[in-house]
Design a protein around this ligand. Structure first.
Ligand SMILES: [Zn+2]
Ligand SMILES: [Zn+2]
Length: 186
């Protein structure tokens, strides 16, 4: 099996840190994990661990020109699909929709393990989770935009007012009152 990044290097069988059997590239340190090896490991691993905040203060790995490129499955030569896994993890995992294997670039396994996400890789790439992730990314994007626009204090204040307003049964009348420059003149 050839490395899908380096192409010339052949993958060597290794055991991942607290993880399944994998095939590692000695040049780029990426790992190929077959679906069989992953599920076999998951059976021994037991229940999925709850997600946790990372203990490492090192920034998570980012894609570079080599790892960003489209890759071919080292097992069946099909194009691997890329999936984001978490709003705070900037890299994407490569998955073969045909044989089910996954490719992790250097340090990506450790970054997932540091958040207890290493034992739910296949749940993270389901359409349901991918949709949730998109919504979360969108929410974070707009939150940042509003904070920049209004400033942190005003943004906190308008959020407080908005919540109060939306929970208030008189919402429509309150909004009309607010919008009216001269609400005391008939
Ligand atoms: Zn490689
Ligand atoms: Zn494949």
């Amino acid at each position: 099996m050839l490395c899908p990044v380096c192409k010339a290097e052949s993958l060597q069988s290794v055991k991942l840190n607290d993880g399944p059997q994998a095939h590692c590239c000695s040049h780029c340190q990426g790992h190929w994990i077959t679906a069989e090896d992953y599920w076999q490991w998951m059976q021994a691993h037991g229940d999925v661990l709850p997600e946790k905040a990372p203990s490492s203060t090192a920034p998570p790995p980012v894609e570079d020109d080599n790892t960003r490129r489209a890759k071919l499955c080292p097992n069946c030569d099909r194009l691997l699909a890329k999936y984001r896994l978490h709003p705070e993890l900037p890299f994407r995992l490569d998955h073969c929709g045909h044989c089910g294997g996954v490719w992790l670039d250097s340090q990506e396994w450790d970054a997932l393990k540091d958040r207890n996400l290493h034992d739910e890789i296949y749940q993270l790439i389901t359409p349901h989770h991918q949709k949730q992730l998109q919504l979360e990314n969108s929410r974070r994007h707009f939150e940042q935009r509003y904070q920049e626009r209004f400033g942190t204090d005003d943004y906190a204040e308008i959020r407080r007012i908005k919540k109060w307003l939306w929970e208030n049964p008189n919402r429509q009348d309150l909004l009309t009152y607010l919008n009216d420059e001269e609400p005391y003149i008939a």
